[in-house]
Each structure stands twice: as structure tokens, then as C-alpha cells.
Design a protein around this ligand. Structure first.
Ligand SMILES: Nc1ncnc2c1ncn2[C@@H]1O[C@H](COP(=O)(O)OP(=O)(O)O)[C@@H](O)[C@H]1O
Ligand SMILES: [Mg+2]
Length: 223
């Protein structure tokens, strides 16, 4: 399975979802490749930190690739891995376009704020273009950094559901300290003690992928 995590907007949680996804799938004993498509290399930095914290390594393989190289390299690497996760960062849409032409699924994290909602139109347009050559592409918007309460989440979800060409994940990932705190320790939220964050992340995994829905917290097995 090739999963791109992308949005033309920055700071929406692409890297956060991508690294958590890589750890979650690796915890299922799957061979996972994480591609850091962002020149800022945040996913690589997370992986280095994770590797430095344990003896067994990060649990997955990570490489840094940008632009058209994503497409050519993934074609070659597909037979070697069960799953390839692409953190498609950067303001340049070249990496995003390349990733969308080869992905099975694109997860589009969106924050429930108006500017972020408007940016989804541009991402949806890139999805439409990519489907001309990649008609299997599933595109899923997911609210990330959602408010713990209030009406904004539901209003944002209603706007996202209007996009006929995009699925909308029926689960919100709320803004929780567990995400930055876990990342700062080189951990996934699944390895961190916040049952609500774990539950929300698992619900997203279950909606987007064939994934056991009772996984709960995963053992921090590497260290
Ligand atoms: N659900 C969340 N709750 C709290 N903080 C989050 C959440 N998702 C992301 N963040 C934080 O928001 C910031 C931007 O997230 P990041 O994954 O780097 O976004 P992007 O890769 O899209 O630029 C980071 O500091 C990250 O820890
Ligand atoms: Mg990022």
C-alpha cells in the first residue's frame, strides 16, 4: 500500500500523521518505508531521534526524496516493502503531484480553520489531475488539530463533506499535547500515554486501511 500524506498547506499535521502511520504499520510487523518528501526533513529528524533512543532502530526504513524522484524511486521500491508512506511537504507542489500519481491513498489533514479549509480546493484539484493517470487513488480528508469542543469541527466537517471527490474520515483528531510530546521523545502517540489520542488515531487507521480496530496502545518494543 502506498500512502501519501499531503496538503498544499503547511503546519496541518502531515509529518505528524506520516510518522505515526509508519510506526503503527511497523508495529503490525509490516515492512514499512517512510519517504520524507519535505526539504525540511522533519520526518528524517524524527526517525533519527527514534533510532538514537533505542537499540533496535526506528522499526521502519526512512529516506529523503523530493520531486519527480519520489515517483521513480517508489516504482522501484514497491516490491521491497509492504507499505510506503510519503510525507509530502513543502510549498512546491512537485512532490505532491509526483506522490499522487503513484499512491493508493492520500490522507489530507485539515485543521478546522477557514484558511485551511479553502486550501483543500487546491489539493482537490491536484487529486483530480492525478486521477487522470491514477484512477485508483482514494483521497481522504481528516480533521486534525480539531478543537476539544465547540461547533467549529462540525462546521469544518460539513465543508469537507461537500467535496464530492474526497472522502471525509468520520473521526476527528483533536489538538492534544500527546502529539508534540510523543514526537519530541521519538515516539508515536500509540506508544504514549493518552488513551483518547490513541483511540482517535486508531479510528482513523481503521477507516482508511485494513487495520485491526482493537489494537489500542502498542508496546514500545524498540527500547
Ligand atoms: N493533533 C495534534 N495535536 C496537537 N498538536 C499537533 C497535532 N497535529 C500536529 N500537531 C503539531 O502541529 C505542528 C505542525 O505539525 P506537522 O506535522 O509538522 O505539520 P506539517 O507537516 O503539515 O507542516 C507540530 O508542532 C505538531 O507537533
Ligand atoms: Mg511536515
Amino acid at each position: 500500500m502506498i500512502v501519501a500524506v499531503g496538503n498544499v498547506k503547511g503546519g496541518v499535521g502531515k509529518t505528524t500523521l506520516a510518522v505515526n502511520l509508519a510506526v503503527a504499520l511497523a508495529a503490525q510487523k509490516r515492512d514499512v518505508l517512510l519517504i520524507d518528501g519535505d526539504e525540511q526533513q522533519t520526518a528524517m529528524a524524527f526517525t533519527d531521534l527514534r533510532a538514537a533512543n533505542g537499540d533496535a532502530g526506528p522499526g521502519y526504513t526512512a529516506v529523503s526524496l523530493q520531486g519527480a524522484a519520489i515517483r521513480t524511486q517508489v516504482r522501484q521500491l514497491t516490491p521491497k516493502y509492504a507499505d510506503i508512506i510519503i510525507d509530502v511537504g513543502g510549498r512546491d507542489t512537485g512532490s505532491l503531484r509526483a506522490a499522487l500519481t503513484i499512491a493508493d491513498i492520500v490522507l489530507i489533514p485539515v485543521q478546522p480553520r477557514s484558511f485551511d479549509l479553502w486550501g483543500v480546493d487546491q489539493t482537490a484539484e491536484l487529486v483530480r489531475e492525478a486521477r487522470e493517470i491514477n484512477d485508483k487513488l482514494r483521497a481522504i480528508t481528516v480533521l486534525n488539530g480539531a478543537d476539544p469542543q465547540g461547533r467549529d469541527n462540525e462546521e469544518a466537517a460539513a465543508v469537507l463533506r461537500e467535496h464530492q471527490s474526497l472522502e471525509h474520515a468520520p473521526t476527528w483528531i483533536v489538538r492534544r499535547k500527546a502529539f508534540p510530546n510523543a514526537a519530541a521523545a521519538g515516539l508515536s502517540v500509540l506508544e504514549y500515554d493518552d488513551p483518547k489520542a490513541i483511540d482517535e488515531f486508531n479510528r482513523l487507521m481503521t477507516f482508511a486501511f485494513v487495520y485491526p480496530n482493537d489494537i489500542g496502545k502498542v508496546a514500545n518494543g524498540n527500547r
